[in-house]
Design a protein around this ligand. Sequence first.
Ligand code: PEP
Ligand code: MN
Length: 366
Amino acid sequence: MNLMDGTPAYRRWLDDMQLGHPLTIAGPCSAESREQVLETARRLTGGRVTVFRAGVWKPRTKPGNFEGVGEIALPWLQEVKKETGLEPLIEVATPYHVEAALRHGIRMMWIGARTTANPFAVQEVAEALRGNSDVIVLVKNPVNPDTALWIGAVERLMRAGLTNLGAVHRGFSVYNPGPYRNKPKWQIPLQFKRHFPGMPMIIDPSHICGRRDCLFDIAQMALDLQYDGVMIESHRDPDRAWSDAAQQVTPETLHDIIRRLMVRKTNAQEGRARDKLLEYRRHIDIIDEQLLELLAERMKVVREIGRLKRSHNISLLQPQRWNEVFERAVRFAARHGLNEDFIKAVFTAIHEESLWQQKNGKKPED
Ligand code: PEP
Ligand code: MN
């Protein structure tokens, strides 16, 4: 992809690393002490981890929680690099953070979800990074499910001359996140990927799950969707972590998760076809989930209508209204190349179920 003046807007910096496997980023949610940082880093070596993450300044939802140790952690990260070779990666949210990071030789930074949601803050960070085109910047998705806001943040960095860019999918803060801390909403990162083809997309299962037992499944799903890397929080003593304790894992568990992940083989012809098939199936799974969510939403509204009709003594079946719904669906189907009989069957089933839902909340057993 090119900017209007013809300069490359982003580089495939990940190819330079020649990893032969997904980029693996691990490290604690927060840097707490020199010992905690160094011990965690040491125990993270010897596997596939090449980048060591640690939050130095922590954006907290509520005041009074641990807000990070601040700049004193930066020399600890220099030590990590020197002793283990792991590349440090920290979160930056203000020009001050960027300047301090640069002064301490940090060459990888991420922009957090709360910052991505704020164009003023992203612009300031981008300006502070101007002239440091070798720095790798990973942009987390904004807290709210808004693809354009995410894309806009990346564009601000591009306009500041940064080309080593990547994206991190950490899930979205929604009213009803289901079993997750932050709902994955896979369709949004897929949209982002279509907008910036080739830009590395990294999964952050820790902030999606908010707990340990679903990290593997989310990471595997992402690899099946051809993501380029994983970022997982790991702490030497997770239960005693000063932030995000419930979702962190020990370095040993981290190694185990990474070892179990199935990585696609994109070289062999046969492997490619299989991988593509798996990717399509994952897309189908995502679409099916959306279909089911929409049906559940429709039935909720239908039950509201039922209550309203009952309280105003209006008849349940309103044939004219139903004909309109039905006809509209058939017309829509024709425009989208959908088989008319199929759509009629689907809408008849939906209508029948809706009537039961309006009447008594559920269909009796046959
Ligand atoms: C983090 O990675 O620890 C963090 C604060 O992430 P996010 O911005 O995704 O909440
Ligand atoms: Mn965290």
